[in-house]
Design a protein around this ligand. Structure first.
Ligand SMILES: [Zn+2]
Length: 95
């Protein structure tokens, strides 16, 4: 069977099963190795207030939020992009 991707869109190899996580966009249950994981720092303060405090030289604490997205939500929110055929098929270090 022809493959669209070398990894079949997952990173589990021949592991068998992997646990499931819930997508933070739509709530779907997706395999952990297929889900797209995003970590980003989020400030507790409002952006305008944070900017003013930063101007005065204050250090603003940002906590890191981790999110899992299913493939369709990650594409929709532009976390990842659709890649061309030759770019995706043998891409990566292993070739
Ligand atoms: Zn989703």
């Amino acid at each position: 069977m022809p493959k669209k991707r070398k990894s079949r869109g997952r990173s589990k190899g021949d592991k068998g099963k992997s646990g499931r996580v819930q997508c933070d966009g739509c709530g779907a249950w997706v395999p952990r190795d297929k889900a797209i994981k995003v970590t980003k720092p989020v400030s507790i303060l409002e952006p305008q207030l944070a900017r003013e405090l930063q101007k005065q030289g204050a250090l603003i604490y940002r906590r890191v939020v981790m999110k899992y997205y299913c493939v369709s939500c990650a594409i929709f929110q532009r976390v990842v992009k659709v890649r061309a055929k030759d770019e995706r098929k043998f891409g990566g270090p292993l070739r």
